[in-house]
Design a protein around this ligand. Sequence first.
Ligand SMILES: C=CC1=C(C)c2cc3[nH]c(cc4nc(cc5[nH]c(cc1n2)c(C)c5CCC(=O)O)C(CCC(=O)O)=C4C)c(C)c3C=C
Ligand SMILES: [Fe+2]
Ligand SMILES: [Fe+2]
Length: 365
Amino acid sequence: MPLSDPTDYQHGAAAQTAILLVNLGTPDAPTSSALRRYLGEFLSDPRVVEIPKPVWWLILNGIVLPIRSSKSAAKYASVWTDRGSPLQVGTADLTQAVAAEMARAGHHVLVRYAMRYGNPSVASVLDELARQNVTRILLVPLYPQYCAATTASTLDAVSAWMRRSRRLPELRVLNHFHDVPVYIEALADKIETQWRQQGRPDRLVMSFHGMPARTLKLGDPYYCECHKTGRLLAERLGLGASDYVVTFQSRFGKQEWLQPYTEPTLRKLAQDGVARVDVVCPGFTVDCLETLEEIAMEGKQAFLSSGGKVFHYIDCLNADAHWAQGFSKLLTTHLQGWDTMAPTDPGALAATRALAQAMGADNLG
Ligand SMILES: C=CC1=C(C)c2cc3[nH]c(cc4nc(cc5[nH]c(cc1n2)c(C)c5CCC(=O)O)C(CCC(=O)O)=C4C)c(C)c3C=C
Ligand SMILES: [Fe+2]
Ligand SMILES: [Fe+2]
């Protein structure tokens, strides 16, 4: 297709759409030095630790990083796989599964993932998408429940990249999917599959990542969205109020976090004579340290050592086929109007690039 208008380079036939999945991030290796870099970046984010900078800088560098880096490295080593950190592997697999579903449905979209902390960074992936002439991005933080520490922080990273970029893409954001039927259905399907083989537990524990309790009073919807996911899942599974409990794990620091806490709840259930619990983590799309080590290892130990008899951890959805299909359908509804069914014409792209180059454009990437 001959092009005469150089602005087509920016707006026309060569426009590309991308889906960018963003997860939290994970260390590059299960070592103290890698943990120091990762935790240093993560815990310096003012969305995560809301303590005035100079005070927190001293505590972080003087106490937290020296102690926590080696302790956490040992925990990561206990879940590390041949392919790397479980969070990385699961996120990469989910990305590939969504890309395959999109292609199968005839959509011409790039599907990539980035990590909020560590690698591949949000900025590096956005740079790569810009080089590929992507002008429309559906941003998908991989957290079912909205939280300032995760969802808003992901947007901070994207807006930091935008602040230094000339040519901004159109941006849509999937803020949360805590109550979306395909999500609840995929979770219920996973749980029921396990129950068909192992029978039902005496109690289903739904453990979500915790947050400082004050964030609820400050207006963060996270706590309420966790409870809504819990209620919808329980309704879908036909559970009564006494058949399940919503708890919060991974407390960090000395202040009060959202309650009830997961591990004390597991101990209490065992002491009260509950013989079998199953634990599911519907706040995590992909298995990670917090599910595989903190729940499936430490939580199990806490329950069994307090008198409990049987403990089952139910894996996250990860890249399960049923979930990847449902999730892709959900993402497709957010692509409406972006005409992703029309293939990008590589000849047109090359022609517009050549034209822009001839005019001295320096933004070709
Ligand atoms: C799912 C939502 C998450 C929220 C909300 C969240 C808040 C939050 N987390 C910390 C501190 C840590 N979290 C750590 C690991 C971690 N956290 C999440 C998710 C949420 N965090 C995930 C998916 C992971 C696992 C990453 C992996 O590599 O597998 C860690 C690191 C591990 C450790 O040293 O214990 C810390 C630290 C705070 C302070 C916070 C909110 C204020
Ligand atoms: Fe966390
Ligand atoms: Fe943890």
